[in-house]
Write a protein that binds this ligand. Structure first.
Ligand code: NAP
Length: 514
């Protein structure tokens, strides 16, 4: 795979080329539905299932991939697994007594998502291999017009469930296009490449990289890990579940619910330190430092692996195998910074040339600058990207945006968590969305559009809350901050507070037309 292939349709490299948008496009009138959902990850799927439970079937879910799963479908890199406990990282309406271990590997999570989709019979409501090219608000009569690689769709309501961690980001390093070897991105793994005996460079040391590095180290000839900022790494309390535990989850009344609640509240408590009183994180840093001392033999190497910002400012990583990997003779930590990529090597700022056969970019995603923002056009013809560029990523309850009537985002701005399960946030948002649609259907509303003052007041209160958080004060640069320096990614506190504010649809905050 070359650098330009990284942005192809997800999973294309595994199951054949994606249809070229122009070739696959069907001519003819737009296919009309009441609600069109973009994306069939955990959020889009939760919405689809909830719609069917409401008795609504006048909707479609479009996804550019070959099946459900979104981020979990696309992230198939070696070692991919969840760092939120399995019993919590599942839908509240579809608990899974069969989880094999406390932190599930990606194939098990993907199998779970597919099973839930099958059980709730949502497949015939999906259009796969369908890339959304543009979505335009056409006015009250026509609603949304959506152009896709499979023709045009029209809808009264548009639901953007395209997620935050979906569009791979590659660093802007000179010469990247000249590299002759294979290039992987963590979210577009090329399973046709065998890494055995190869000289591999992993770029990045975030949540994806720390899973990839120990997973590939045993089979490569040489491994360079290019670190720009050292991550904080904590123990991963992972273990297989015994048969007795799985049986208890299946047959003992309330056992699994109680287990899940316990895990939820233990995680929820962490919001106090992360969002309210970051000073509480200092003792935890001592634990993380002790772990580093215990797991890395060389003191000079330990110094380079030690973070220089407050724990929690970036996502806290969980691994028992990442640090020990650096004790292997063929694994090198490189901190000089990559300045150039050549045909068969990477060059760092200290002038050293590192011969390389394969580059693995574990360099994250376009989160605050999602390409989808350039494809959605609101009431005055401006794109979401244009609006966000001018006023910032302001979004009411992570869901509604002034100027974009009848549009609802799932996992929108300021809904991210550093301490708990995103599925909890997703279900809260879906609930809010269903509240809005119920009102629209019952009262025959033509449009709902959030009022600007409500959006502005909400944004200010969220930013005010965040100003105390470790994400804003911890002394690191992270993708939680947008190009204006505002934290438009994280939810500032307890996830149950978000659930409370999204419990009912607050029509007062909206312009409504009948
Ligand atoms: P990420 O957290 O954005 O990390 C990207 C890494 O690439 C960072 O270490 C970054 O360094 C580095 N980087 C970027 N440009 C670079 C350059 N030019 N040279 C060297 N390094 C460069 O991305 P991610 O690891 O894919 O994780 C993204 C999110 O996905 C996570 O925060 C998490 O929410 C989710 N995730 C979850 C799991 C899970 O277990 N549930 C697993 C994987 C991912 P800097 O730190 O200096 O920017």
């Amino acid at each position: 795979m070359s650098a330009s292939d990284i942005h192809t349709t997800p999973s294309a490299s595994r199951t054949g080329p994606a249809p070229a948008p122009s070739a696959a496009r069907r001519k003819g009138p737009a296919r009309r539905v009441h609600t069109l959902v973009i994306g069939s990850g955990l959020a889009g799927l939760a919405a689809a299932i909830r719609f069917l439970r409401q008795g609504w079937d006048d909707f479609l879910v479009l996804d550019r991939g070959h099946g459900v799963g979104g981020t979990w479908r696309d992230n198939t890199y070696p070692g991919a697994a969840c760092d939120v406990p399995s019993h919590l990282y599942s839908y509240s309406f579809a608990l899974n007594p069969g989880w094999s271990r406390s932190f599930s590997p990606q194939p098990e999570i993907q199998a779970y998502i597919e099973k839930v989709a099958r059980r709730h019979r949502v497949h015939d409501r999906h259009v796969f291999d369908c890339e959304v090219l543009s979505a335009r608000w056409q006015g009250e009569d026509e609603g949304w017009h959506v152009e896709t690689s499979q023709g045009a769709f029209a809808a009264t309501v548009l639901v953007g469930a395209f997620g935050a961690l979906c569009e791979p980001a590659l660093p802007d390093i000179p010469g990247i296009e000249t590299f002759a070897g294979d290039i992987h991105h963590s979210a577009r793994w090329n399973h046709d490449t065998d890494l055995t005996g190869k000289r591999v460079a992993v770029v990045g040391t975030g949540a994806s990289a720390i899973q990839i590095v120990p997973a590939i180290a045993p089979r490569v000839a040489e491994l360079q890990v290019h670190q720009r900022t050292a991550p904080w790494v904590m123990p991963r309390l992972d273990r297989p579940y015994s048969r007795a535990e799985r049986l208890a989850c299946r047959f003992v009344p309330f056992y699994q619910r109680a287990l899940r609640s316990g895990i939820y509240w233990a995680h929820e408590a962490q919001a106090i330190a992360l969002a309210k009183v970051p000073g509480l994180l200092k003792p935890v840093e001592l634990l993380a430092r002790a772990k580093l001392r215990q797991e890395v033999r060389d003191p000079a190497l330990r110094r380079r692996l030690r973070p220089d910002y407050r724990l929690g400012c970036k996502r806290i990583l969980l691994s028992n195998t990442y640090y020990p990997t650096f004790n292997l003779d063929h694994v090198r930590l490189v901190t000089a910074g990559i300045t150039q990529i050549r045909e068969k090597s990477l060059v760092t700022a200290d002038g050293v040339e590192h011969p390389t056969d394969v580059i693995v970019f574990a360099t994250g995603f376009h989160v605050t600058d999602s390409p989808m923002y350039r494809r959605i056009f609101g009431k005055d013809g401006r794109s979401l990207a244009d609006v966000f560029d001018t006023v910032g990523r302001k979004c009411y309850k992570g869901t509604a945006i002034a100027g974009f009537p009848n549009m609802f985002l799932l996992v929108g701005p300021n809904t991210g968590l550093g301490h708990n399960s995103m599925i909890f946030m997703i279900e809260a948002q879906v609930n809010y969305l269903v509240g809005a649609l119920t009102l629209m259907k019952r009262q025959g509303l033509r449009t709902v559009e959030v009022r600007e003052p409500a959006q502005e007041a909400y944004y200010r209160s969220v930013q005010e809350e965040l100003s105390r958080s470790v994400w804003n004060t911890g002394g690191c640069a992270s993708w939680y901050l947008d190009k204006h320096g505002a934290n438009t990614t994280m939810w500032p506190g307890f996830s149950y507070t978000f659930r409370r504010i999204t419990r009912t649809f607050d029509a007062d905050a909206y312009h409504i037309s009948r």
